[in-house]
Write a protein that binds this ligand. Structure first.
Ligand SMILES: [Mg+2]
Length: 380
């Protein structure tokens, strides 16, 4: 099954509301839609994560794609890492795993969709089979002010989410007011916080002690990812379970974090590992340490929700409250199936590939927004 063409379409998908987190405000999800077409006419679809802007990612993809044309779709992973050697390492970019992975993940993931659609099997079967029939997601509380976040938390509780997740790292007093408001609105749910690297060691210990009375299940990435496993070890005295997110992209980093005994969860997305195979490697390393792996969401659409649902369903140590982001968009790209969780869970699709149908009108509108160079982040 040879690859005839790989098409890239840059898209800008606006959020319904401004997205507030420790790094500021974000307005849109920029992605590159990837379509792999085989000589048999099968089309596999995925998306690449993008950052810091779309253009460098597109340029790398355009440089890489000729290496794949005429080759077997079953050789995609080998071809990706061959290109890493010739296109990155041999050009003096050996340490740029993170940008490489986010850029090339769409090709790896589109290949699985093509294989699934060609064989009539869901991607979870192609990867060896699902170990669960549904995947769990947390209710992602949105808003700027404590009152806005309180109102949304009340809605999510009514929808039956057993776990809520809130961004902090926006200022100590504001953080405390936000967590107090959400906890009042949701007294009986499991509550997780994510500080997105905002705190130094002393501030993290101080804040975790002040937040402890609110019964926090997990504090995610309180300190900069560059502090590595040692950074988490220094926080153990605060007595709160922790998850690593920005500290970990590579399977080797999962090994180092798990060996540190300082984190109880690894938060990792398919784009960060350059696709499904390395994500499952990472999950296996975490499983060996009896540590959960949590599907990370970053600026993305329902395409990534469908992909992560299929891949996540195949590992035993998947968390029961993973992250999705499509619901923040003013218009998602998925026509079917419905991606709205029921009481926090989505079924694992048994349709071929990732099992989705795209809304091509929505894709065209998102491409037009990219062409108009509409804003991704507010003006400086
Ligand atoms: Mg995070």
């Amino acid at each position: 099954m040879k690859i005839r063409d790989i098409r890239t379409t840059p898209l800008l998908c606006h959020f319904k509301n401004d997205y507030h987190w420790a790094d500021g405000v974000t307005l849109s999800s920029p992605i590159v839609l990837i379509e792999i077409e085989t000589e048999d006419g099968v089309i596999g679809i995925a998306e690449s994560g993008v950052g810091p802007t779309i253009e460098p990612m597109l340029a790398i993809l355009r440089d890489a794609i000729p290496h794949f044309i005429g080759k077997s779709v079953y050789d995609t992973n080998k071809l990706i890492w061959d290109y890493f050697m010739t296109g990155f390492k041999a050009r003096g970019m050996g340490s740029q795993y993170r940008m490489f992975s986010r850029t090339m993940s769409g090709i790896e993931l589109a290949a699985w969709d093509a294989i699934g659609r060609a064989t009539g099997q869901p991607v979870c079967n192609v990867l060896g089979g699902a170990v669960r029939d549904e995947v769990g997601y947390f209710g992602f509380v949105q808003g700027d002010t404590p009152n806005e976040l309180r109102s949304h938390a009340e809605e999510l509780v009514k929808e039956g989410y057993p776990v809520l997740y809130v961004k902090v790292g926006r200022g100590n007093d504001l953080d405390l007011a936000i967590v107090k408001a959400v906890r009042e609105a949701a007294p009986h749910v499991r509550l997780r916080l994510d500080a997105n690297e905002a705190w130094d060691t002393l501030q993290a210990i101080t804040m975790m002690k002040r937040l402890k009375p609110f019964d926090i299940e997990i504090m995610e990435q309180p300190i900069p990812g560059t502090t590595g496993p040692d950074g988490f070890r220094r926080l153990q005295g605060a007595g709160m379970p922790m998850a690593a997110d920005q500290s970990v992209y590579l399977p080797e980093e999962v090994f180092a974090l798990c060996s540190s005994h300082a984190v109880q969860s690894i938060v990792l997305g398919l784009h960060e590992t350059c696709g499904a195979l390395r994500w499952r490697q990472a999950a296996g390393i975490a499983a060996a340490a009896n540590v959960r792996i949590n599907i990370h969401g970053i600026f993305e659409t329902g395409i990534t929700t469908c992909m992560a649902n299929q891949v996540g369903a195949t590992v035993s140590n998947l968390d029961d409250a993973n992250q999705i982001m499509w619901q923040l968009l003013a218009e998602d790209l998925i026509q079917s199936p419905s991606l709205k969780p029921s009481r926090g869970f989505l079924p694992v699709s048994r349709k071929p590939g990732y099992g989705f149908e795209l809304n091509w009108d929505a894709v065209n509108r998102a491409h037009e927004k990219y062409r108009q160079r509409q804003a991704w982040v507010p003006a400086l």
